[in-house]
Design a protein around this ligand. Structure first.
Ligand SMILES: Cc1ncc(COP(=O)(O)O)c(C=O)c1O
Length: 478
């Protein structure tokens, strides 16, 4: 009997066959990924054109669906798991990560309360604490898993808002004679602060971008001046979002000095360690954790640097009860589920239904162990420094920022200064269109630069050397 014709589920024998087929598909994909183009060269709409406009009336076979994945979906993708994918923050697909992700599919639970899945809830608490210990964060911090850092910062700032304007949870912000609240972050920080401000009704314009100094760290004097200026003008300085591993250059803000200002001014300190946080596992990177104990909240994205497949982001709050107070709200239908003594993670955010994300983290972290994670992060750093050395030795290029963690920003400089921005952008575009490698471009101090973000376990020194040759040859051809 065809699976599409039966009521209920696919018959077990047929399902088993499909799973074996899928297992082979996944293993082949992983083994031969290097033979794929890193990115497609299609025009927008090219994939849609190959797909029917209406959903099928009758069910179709898995074989047919998988054939379309091969012919339409895979060629239409940017392959973040490709060893020549060097853009954004390099991705962290690993075989154990894939296994963890697959394992969670048949379980398919809703981890909203302890009772709706004790194992999901308790495992979440366990893996959050493993990571806390790995990065050396004090046990005053407890956490919650969200999908992304952007969601984490929104929740952190919701608590900051509640503490600055008590009863906002009940009454909202309007018609209460409240001052305008300000949030400070550097001009290098991620736009997640603005997104959070928009969502929380604090207003995008109330996120103040503090200038950064020569090493792309928040300028502390400017922060102090901005806060003082705002106070004099009737604003209420509410929070600072400091960054450990900024998006463009992976620079690290001077947290102890920022924390001191936050303490003096009674502002919430949120640390965005979405990218950089994972590197705190390395003893030689312990310096990035200075001042963390003074923070109110910290976000770390293990899906960026601790090898968990997207999505998995942890928000740590010093005194997690502060977060619970803002978001706990038990619908009548769940009242019986809210057992005392264990966490109900629905109480720690706006989301009710929650995936069993902890499972994949548990699988990958057990598979690699702390030592395996650390060794792989060290290799990323070694490769990043190697590339930086090649750039320094080549007169046609210059480093645009100190290499940090797995991030290197650089610029082709062998041309008329006026043409350089366009030229650097064109080099990146041409390489990306070639399908042979994938880089990012960004602006630093108003100048366009090329940017490589390492992180893929499949990227070896040989891949990086090939990438560097491709960059050099493409620049020479322009
Ligand atoms: C420093 C930093 N913070 C926050 C984010 C947002 O991360 P997410 O995609 O998890 O929301 C990014 C994204 O790259 C980032 O680089």
């Amino acid at each position: 009997m065809k699976d599409s014709q039966s009521l209920g589920d696919t018959p077990p024998e047929e399902f088993r066959k499909q799973l074996h087929e899928l297992a082979d598909w996944i293993a082949d994909f992983r083994e031969h990924i290097e033979q794929l183009r890193v990115a497609p060269d299609d025009k927008p709409g090219a994939i849609r054109e190959q797909l029917p406009k209406r959903a099928p009336e009758e069910g179709e076979s898995f074989k047919k669906i998988l054939t379309d994945v091969d012919h339409i979906i895979v060629p239409g993708m940017v392959h973040w798991s490709h060893p020549m994918f060097l853009g954004y923050f390099g991705w962290t697909s690993t075989a154990p990560g894939i296994l963890g992700e697959i394992l969670s599919a048949p379980l398919n639970v809703n981890a909203m309360t302890w009772r709706t899945c004790p194992a999901a809830t308790e495992l979440e608490t366990v893996v959050i604490d493993w990571l806390r210990q790995w990065v050396g964060l004090s046990d005053e911090f407890e956490g919650v898993v969200y999908d992304t850092a952007s969601v984490g910062i929104m929740h952190a700032l919701a608590v900051a808002r509640e503490e600055a304007a008590p009863a906002t949870r009940q009454l909202g912000l309007t018609d209460r004679g409240l001052p305008r609240f300000r949030i400070y972050t550097s001009d290098q920080a991620h736009s997640a602060a603005e997104k959070a401000s928009i969502a929380l009704g604090l207003g995008e314009e109330n996120v103040i971008r503090v200038p950064s100094e020569s090493q792309f760290r928040m300028d502390i004097d400017s922060l102090g001046r901005s806060v003082a200026h705002d106070r004099q003008n009737g604003f209420h300085p509410m929070a600072v979002v400091a960054t450990v591993g900024t998006t463009a250059t992976a620079s690290v803000d001077r947290i102890p000095e920022i924390a001191k200002i936050c303490r003096e001014e009674k502002m919430w300190l949120h640390i965005d360690a979405a990218y950089g946080g994972g590197f705190a596992m390395l003893p030689e990177y312990h310096w990035i954790t200075k001042g963390w104990e003074l923070a109110d909240s910290i976000v770390i994205n293990p899906h960026k640097t601790v090898f968990v497949p997207l999505d998995f982001s942890v928000l740590y709050v010093r005194g997690l009860e502060r977060l619970r107070r803002v978001f706990t709200l038990v619908p009548e239908v769940l009242r019986g589920d809210t057992i005392e003594g264990e966490k109900n993670y629905m109480d720690y955010g706006i989301q009710l239904g929650r995936r069993f994300r902890a499972l994949k983290a548990w699988v990958i972290w057990r598979s690699l162990g702390r030592a395996g994670v650390v060794a792989r992060l060290r290799e990323q750093i070694r490769l990043a420094n190697l590339l930086a050395d090649w750039i320094k030795k080549d007169d046609r290029f210059e480093l645009s920022a100190q290499p940090s963690m797995g991030v290197i920003c650089f610029r082709f400089i062998e041309s008329d200064e006026k043409k350089l921005d366009q030229l650097n952008s064109d080099i990146v575009e041409r390489i990306n269109a070639s399908g042979r490698a994938y880089l990012t471009q960004t602006k630093l101090r108003g100048r366009t630069v090329m940017r490589i973000g390492l992180g893929n376990v499949l990227t070896t020194e040989e891949h990086l050397r090939n990438g560097w040759e491709l960059i050099g040859n493409t620049a020479a051809d322009m």
